[in-house]
Write a protein that binds this ligand. Structure first.
Ligand code: 9PG
Length: 586
């Protein structure tokens, strides 16, 4: 299989320009000059655009199009999802569809799960940041070096002369000033056999992590999180009861999730279920010998929150001047039935506010922050700084939080466009939410095309395998919480074990999220097993031996994960597993 450059495609807001290009060189595409140069490594390309016009030009996307030639048999594409919850895994060209093209798919969620929030073309498959393209005998890894200044989307599209692979820099309508030149992230190709997909992706992750200065040094994380037992209804009494029981558990981290805050956006004030102020809670968690952790959705604000009503000028806007919705979650109320607004992360006062909130929480003793629903600043809207791309808006918010939180605070990204935050976060959620059930809850009405992003332990399992290669190369992987309880759950003992063994062999963060009073000796033994295996696997990952999913391109939901001599096999339909352990050292 060969990839031959054939043209560039530039999409300004409202107009598209295509110009032939068969290798490194410079072309004029509308008001832009686009220069493609050979990159520093083999199979690598650098590129930049410059605006020749006398006015600023909003640029939606810029792409180099490659003809895919000489392939044998069906083309498979490893589709890497945009953000934490977005499904990652193999798809077949001409058979599978982009979720935006599925009948009944709601445009409302497109921007949540893709860099480009618009409908894909018919027949197209796309992957964010990195991909692997495979035919019967060969595999090509294609990836962007970085995602901090703009997103990078790989699109496999039917073309006139056969399939085409588009390397697309997605700038989202960012305005390039008159005379301005911008370097785009370099992209590269690496070749192997289909069975090498995990290695190809691993080499890329190592490279991309190095370029962005990935934070991969935090210790292995063992802890407790309030979400998957108490959800929005968590109370101070729940928290304190579990903290008391935690004395017998090996948790380093004790993390309060969604449900404590006075309002979305007002992170420093608690609601009526939490009589104590946050600094007292952090102090008590710390006094119990744990690191205090706190959830927040830093870029969202409820319409009736203090921050939104006191600072209407801090909100990103739609074209009609109304606030830009960043999320719909009826559980959050907020005065408009769960519609949340989005902070303008390009506004200097918003950056200062985010920095101050993070600094305050850390000063109060929360040295672990879970930053959730952080895709919102990527949405199309009116932003104070129109020159910034969606990626830069997301990153600016994270950068402000990192400045306020300092270097020692553990930052966990969640609902985060993964490519945008390397070097700023210590950990990232890499899959959908788990749930106290393996399959989707049958009464749950999910979004057409996106059922594989909704809460279910099976969905979390899938991405834990398909994104295993990222662990300790780009950040620490957070596969999401273990599900240990045997009551108040629809998970069978086999399913609980299958998920626990997956978390273990992934080497990722090991968090318990059950009412500890429900857990008996069996649950405790399972956790101890997870932590023992997880520590060994994670240590190996630190030395460069990262967990490997050998059947990455064979199944939509893989069945195998191996690391440090452990070999896990899971049947995702039956929710059962078998684990082969390495022989004990003699
Ligand atoms: C808190 C939770 C937990 C969880 C996160 C995230 O689409 N939705 O309505 C939706 C709701 C919750 C959610 C994801 C999507 O989960 O992943 O760990 O922190 O928020 O609200």
């Amino acid at each position: 299989m060969q990839l031959i450059p054939v043209r560039v495609e530039v999409e300004l807001d409202g107009a598209a320009v295509a110009v032939g290009l068969d290798g490194p060189g410079t072309v004029e595409a509308g008001p832009l000059d686009l220069a493609l140069v050979e990159g520093t490594g083999p199979g690598s390309f650098g590129w930049r655009i410059a605006n020749r016009a006398d006015d600023g030009v909003p640029v939606r996307s810029v792409a180099v199009v490659f003809a895919v030639q000489g392939h044998t048999g069906p083309l498979r594409m490893f589709r890497h999802g945009y953000q934490s919850w977005s499904r990652t895994g193999v798809a077949t060209f001409g058979v599978d569809r982009d979720p935006t093209t599925v009948d009944g798919s709601a445009a409302l969620v497109w921007g949540v799960h893709h860099a480009d929030p618009r409908r894909a073309r018919d027949g197209e498959l796309r992957s964010e940041w990195v991909t692997v393209l495979a035919d019967a005998t060969t595999a090509v890894r294609a990836g962007f070096d970085d995602g901090s200044s703009h997103d990078g989307t790989w699109r496999l599209r039917p073309g006139d002369g056969g399939p085409e692979l588009w390397a697309e820099a997605y700038l989202g309508g960012a305005v390039i000033a008159a005379g301005e030149a911008r370097r785009l992230h370099a992209f590269s190709f690496d070749h192997g056999e289909p069975g090498d997909a995990a290695e190809l992706l691993g080499r890329w992750a190592e490279h991309a992590g190095g370029i962005a200065g990935a934070r991969v040094g935090a210790p292995y994380q063992v802890g407790w999180c309030s979400w998957y037992q108490y959800f929005h209804g968590v109370s101070e009494a729940d928290l304190r009861a579990n903290l008391a029981l935690a004395a017998d558990w090996p948790f380093e981290l004790f993390q309060l999730d969604d449900g404590y805050q006075a309002a979305i956006g007002d992170w420093l004030e608690t609601n009526e279920r939490f009589p104590s102020p946050l600094d007292a809670l952090a102090a008590d968690i710390t006094a119990a010998g744990r690191r205090a952790g706190l959830w927040l959705a830093p870029f969202l604000v409820a319409p009736d929150s203090r921050v939104a009503t006191e600072h209407p000028d801090w909100l990103a806007r739609l074209g009609d001047g109304t606030p830009l919705p960043g999320m719909l979650n009826p559980n959050w109320g907020g005065g408009r039935d769960g519609i949340m607004y989005t902070l303008d992360t390009t506004h200097p006062e918003v950056a200062a506010h985010l920095e101050a909130v993070a600094a305050t929480l850390v000063a109060w003793g929360f040295t672990y922050l879970k930053l959730d629903f952080t895709f919102a600043p990527s949405f199309d809207g009116i932003w104070t700084d129109p020159a910034r791309t969606p990626a830069e808006r997301v990153r600016a918010g994270y950068a402000a939080i990192r400045r306020g939180a300092g270097d020692d605070c553990f930052l966990l990204g969640c609902g985060v466009p993964l490519a945008n935050v390397v070097g700023l976060v210590d950990g990232n959620r890499i899959g959908a939410d788990v749930a106290p059930s393996w399959e989707l809850e049958p009464d749950r009405h999910w979004l057409e095309g996106y059922a594989d992003t909704e809460p279910s332990t099976r969905n979390a399992y899938a991405n834990t395998c398909t994104r295993a290669f990222m662990h300790r190369r780009l950040w620490l992987n957070d596969p999401d919480c273990l599900m240990l309880r045997a009551e108040q759950t629809a998970l069978s003992a086999d399913a609980r074990r299958a998920w626990a063994e997956t978390v273990a062999v992934s080497g990722g963060m090991a968090l318990v999220s059950d009412d500890l009073s429900l857990l008996g000796g069996e649950a405790r033994e399972l956790l101890d097993e997870v932590v023992a295996i997880g520590r060994v696997v994670d240590e190996a990952a630190r030395r460069g031996e990262v967990p490997r999913c050998p059947d990455l391109l064979d199944h939509r939901v893989p069945r195998q994960l191996e690391a440090a001599g452990y070999q896990l096999t899971v049947d995702p339909d039956a929710a059962v597993s078998s684990l082969v352990t390495p022989p004990a050292p003699s």
